[in-house]
Design a binder for this molecule. Structure first.
Ligand SMILES: *Cc1c(COP(=O)(O)O)cnc(C)c1O
Length: 376
């Protein structure tokens, strides 16, 4: 079996399929001192604040590395050493956030629900009322390990009523789902270049309340993962503190320009929703069933039950679908055999239809008949 000569379509939670314009933007070298490059960094920071409608209250601090680096930087910088963070968990990324808080030596409490149960505002109200020592709350907007959507607006309201600090992992939702700083209160939101903005992976960013960031000097236990230092240096010099990911910044800027040209967040959500609907119609025809109830499933990444067949094996299935040009993602659940399909990236309904055909063909090759799948 030979790989197709074109790039595979990435149906994953990132890196994602990027457009030709975004890829082409990487074909140039830039000096990190050069004013033309630093002007692009400035534009990217402004564009990200535009998306969150946060110019009045917040600043944008980019950070080298994958998304996790920016989350670690935000926790390190924004939690005082005697801070106490409550992390709301219903999947792997919530667990990762709690681990970061613990490793950074701050006090951590967790509120955990099953992977198919969103955290509710009432849960948060109860926990905050019972423990007044909590200073910060960490929430995963879309928990990518299943694709479950947590009710961010309702949770943010409870956190604001208690006058606590909210830190949002919006990694897989930013740009696709509305997060408007004029409508909800948060101290920090973290996302990255290679998710719903459809840039290449390699940098993250935090949108941080300015009054909070100003007071956070000296909190970080890390030299490199310090948002306050990165911010003050960038404000002073327009430059990144250490070597910037130049090609990624420039391609991310190209992706942001396309994002706005497409119509911004509402247009992106509309395209992803159509991708999701197209995918689910095809999955139903193949007899495949989604893990989450539709009403708590974000149109970002879908967890599917594996076919209920002795002939099914993920690696074989994955390889067959890959050889047809589509990269799937393994499931992340212990309780059920699943696989995941992303609906995000520079793709549309046509690619989703082709993906459904590839999945159907792969199952037939494996001797798994359509409509013969799990009906659990
Ligand atoms: C992708 C993602 C991250 C960051 O993961 P990296 O591998 O560090 O890029 C964090 N949280 C969520 C919810 C994500 O989807």
């Amino acid at each position: 079996m030979s790989l197709p000569s074109r790039d595979p379509i990435l149906l994953t939670p990132g890196p994602l399929t990027t457009s030709l314009a975004t890829k082409s933007a990487m074909l140039q070298d830039w000096g990190s001192w050069d004013a033309s490059f630093n002007a692009i960094t400035g534009k990217v920071r402004k564009q990200l604040l535009d998306i969150a409608n946060a110019h009045e209250s917040h600043v944008c601090v980019p950070m080298q590395g994958s998304g996790t680096f920016s989350i670690e930087a935000a926790i390190n910088t924004l939690l005082p050493r005697n801070g106490h963070m409550l992390v709301l968990i219903n999947g792997a990324y919530g667990k990762r956030m709690a681990k970061i808080v613990e490793m950074m030596g701050r006090q951590v409490s967790v509120f955990e629900t099953a992977e198919d149960v969103p955290t509710t505002a009432a849960d948060v109200e109860r926990v905050l009322s019972n423990d007044r020592s909590i200073t910060h709350i960490g929430v995963i907007h879309c928990e990518t390990s299943t694709g479950i959507l947590n009710p961010l607006y309702e949770i943010a309201e409870v956190v604001a009523q208690h006058k606590k600090s909210l830190i949002i992992d919006a990694m897989s939702s930013f740009g696709a789902l509305e997060i408007d700083a004029a409508k909800i209160s948060f101290d920090a939101l973290i996302a990255a270049s290679g998710k719903c903005i459809e840039g290449p992976p390699g940098m993250g960013f935090a949108i941080v309340r300015k009054s909070v960031l100003e007071k956070s000097a000296g909190n970080s236990r890390s030299l490199s993962l310090d948002l306050h230092d990165q911010w003050t240096y960038m404000e002073k010099t327009t430059q990144w503190r250490f070597t910037p990911p130049t090609h990624i910044v420039v391609a991310f800027h190209a992706a942001l320009n396309q994002f706005f040209a497409e119509g911004g967040q509402p247009a992106r959500l509309a395209r992803y929703t159509k991708n999701y609907d197209t995918l689910m119609a095809g999955m139903r025809e193949l007899g495949l069933i989604q893990f989450l109830p539709a009403k708590i499933q974000a149109p970002i990444i879908v967890t599917m039950h594996a076919p209920n067949s002795a002939s099914y094996e993920f690696k074989d299935f994955y390889n067959r679908v890959r050889d047809k040009g589509f990269i799937l993602y393994p499931g992340k659940l212990t309780q059920a055999e699943t696989f995941r399909v992303g609906c995000i990236g520079s793709i549309g309904a046509e690619e989703m239809r082709q993906a459904v055909h590839a999945i159907g063909d792969a199952l037939r090759e494996m001797g798994i008949k359509a409509r013969n799948a799990s009906n659990s």
